[in-house]
Design a protein around this ligand. Sequence first.
Ligand code: 4AD
Ligand code: MG
Length: 440
Amino acid sequence: AAKKIKLRDASPKLDGVRVEVNAWLHHVRNQKKIVFLELRDGTGFLQCVMGGNLVHPSIVEQLKREATVKIIGTLSIPPAGKTCPGGVELNADYWELLGSSSADLEGIINTESNVDQQLDQRHILLRGTRASSIMKIRSIALQAFREHFYHNGYFEMNPPTLVNTFCEGGSELFTLDYFGTPAYLTQSSQLYLETMCPVVGDVFCIAQSYRSEKARTRRHLSEFTHLEAEMPFITFEDLTDRIEFLICDVVERMLKIDGDLVRSIKEDVAVPKRPFMRMDYKEAIEYCVKNGIKKVNEDGTESDFQFGDDIPEAQERKMNDQIGCPIFLRRFPHAMKAFYMKRCPEDKELTESLDLLMPGVGEIVGGSMRISDYDELLNAYKREELDAEQYYWFTDQRKYGSGQTGGYGLGVERFLTWILGLPHIRDVCSYPRFTGRCHP
Ligand code: 4AD
Ligand code: MG
């Protein structure tokens, strides 16, 4: 009897062994008397040779691209000079069709298709070699993030994504009708995560976050995978160090899990050098002024940035690319930041906040220390015109014991776009969501 195997298990160790495989036809080359197939089953690829009665004209037509087949045959090491994935090829002696395919595939999606046509056929496109590698790397990254946290004593939680409070300001909220009252799709799990610190200590979650971002950019999604962590009894320096450790450790773990796969998308992936540059917001303003990175005014004219200006994405990226290495941008003025952020003890105009910028992508992490004082928090609600009553459960974190908590959020898609050096964030999503696209 033939041994049933997954394609990833086909290797020279099985030379001469008769096996059964079930797979999709990734590529078909029909030379009439002999047919060469490239098989794909998600786990890997295998080349297959069929001849004789197996490719009789009456049946060979069924061997269309993406058809599914069961094939039995003998694995053998190919003749010298011929390379194939896994180091063996399959010489078929039996096959049957499990699911037919249709010849219209080439017309639906091909190299000529424009971006929107490609996105419409995302479910087909994902089957391609490159896209499927990226999806596997995405899974490996999530594995590496989880390993990092478990290894360092964090617990994983699953906060709700249907919420009635907001975290990052009200402008980008998706609102929905929740049994007759308004609710939102969460922008961040941060506030709920913090309530778990007294429960389990250091805590993290990997959850979907939603932002109704109107702009179509190469790094904004309306739904993204948000990796967030919250830690009690730490300092601002601890927070910065922990994020740096996270990034480096996760890249290292990914390369250990499957470095070849990661490098198949970007050859020179490497663990970034520590320590990362630390730059205060104030220094970034000075950098821009000194290096000719200008603010663009509403009337189109240019001028120097001044303290208090938000450095927009384009200029921030320009600075980041000029410097050419990861940058922790820290201590932003409180006026441009979220209500919950702690003020700097040395300058109350500033917050203990940070963004981690990566060359090519820009911000991949945002984080801060949190206001720990009860009255200060109440004032922050007032200033931001938030309904304090809705936040009673968060306020209670300052009423029943309070310590210095800090945390951060990392956009998993931004991280992947950075590490794989990709031009566009949608390439690392299975089904990207952005303005105007909610299908497939
Ligand atoms: O900087 P943000 O808005 O910070 C927060 O949401 C905090 N509550 C996180 C925390 O402290 N727990 O978002 C965090 C990260 C960003 O740095 C970015 O990587 C990603 O989430 N992100 C997006 N990714 C893709 N598309 C979008 N529209 C994103 N918005 C934020
Ligand atoms: Mg941010």
